[in-house]
Design a protein around this ligand. Sequence first.
Ligand code: PFF
Length: 431
Amino acid sequence: MAGSAVGLGNAWKFPTMVGNNGGSAFIVLYLLLTFGIAFVAFLAELSIGRLGGTDPVHSFEKLAPKNKNRWSLAGFFMIGAILIASFYMLVIGWILKYVFLSFSSLPNTTEEAGAMFGSLISNEFFNSFLCFTSVFCMVFFVVSKGIKSGIERLNVWMMPSLFILLIVMLAYSVSYTDGFIQAAKFLFIPDLCKITPDVVLSALGLAFFSLSMGVCVIPTYAASLSDGTNLVKSTLSIIFINILVGIMMGLVVFTFVFAYGADTTQAGPGLIFVSLATLFAKMGFVGNVLAVAFFISLLFAGVTSAVSMIEPFTFYLINKFKISRKLALTYIGVFVYILGILCIVSFYEPTSFTILNKSFFDILDYFTSNILMPIGAIVFSYFVGFILKKESLYILFGNFMNKLIFECWYFSLRYIVPIAILAIALYQILK
Ligand code: PFF
């Protein structure tokens, strides 16, 4: 689950959003929302998987036998994960391209870097296509091996490697004392006036996205946890690792950005593929080594998350139609591949198109992070808070939290979480 949670959300969205929304004030808000809302809802998602014990649709059916048809629909929020997979693997594809570039020559000026990245997405159809296809094959190959011998094996070596690479980069960035201090100030001294209602929704969207919530990934993974697993401790560890990686990434990225006087408000691709790529080039050979480490760590983080997006639907198709894992993956693969190619086509200049002034990529990103995931989280919280029996939940969590904490969690799940998510989401829609 930590492998699923830690991904491009931490490495790419987190530093970008921190940069765009005034630094540390955003982090404080993100922490409040993570602990106040996402944590409570995360435990609810875990309980669906633990008590249901199978794929999302069948878990909902099993847990709500009286209204099984209606509740089984909630399991289809897993389609959100498939939608995310399509554009997410495209970004991993760009990262793969930069891993190769890091071995040779990175752009020397931000203009050159901007032009290079711009050309990759809007003029080099074949390159984008090739990188996306390679990542696609890698991810589907891992999922085809199953949870234990594919996904778990991959996570078990990729996650520690990611950590080691990050620690090495962090240690190196400390040697840029001024830049490092500025980065730490930027990330840790709050500027509360920067927090607007818009920023609140984005932070909530990020909290859900970065914990892989609202799209049935957590219930699916939870279904294969062993009985004795301490759910509360595991959730706290996942949240902790997730935030730690986000902050470590933020420190590394902003140290270099400040040390070389680049722009902190650059957006996602700009920050990673333009500012950072140029900074690495300026450092000479060490820069190349760091760039390889950096882009490989992003690649690892991304791949472990991408595999988790494919698993829920695969598990469902296998159970529902009694088909092989390979066949299930073929159906899903066709769908994801077409969406991914549409993202590439929508960026590629000769065929580019927009919907409501947004690229197809942005539409998928906005729709999943800001609409599907929060709604999914409300539905799952409502289900656990109002449909599941309180006693079954107490049996599940009673060993890991005392009665008072359990009652607070339950109250917050029923009343605070759905209302808070709804209020924030409605404000955004109606404003
Ligand atoms: N949590 C992942 C990240 O931070 O990059 C993204 C993610 C994974 C979103 C799995 C949704 C999902 F189902």
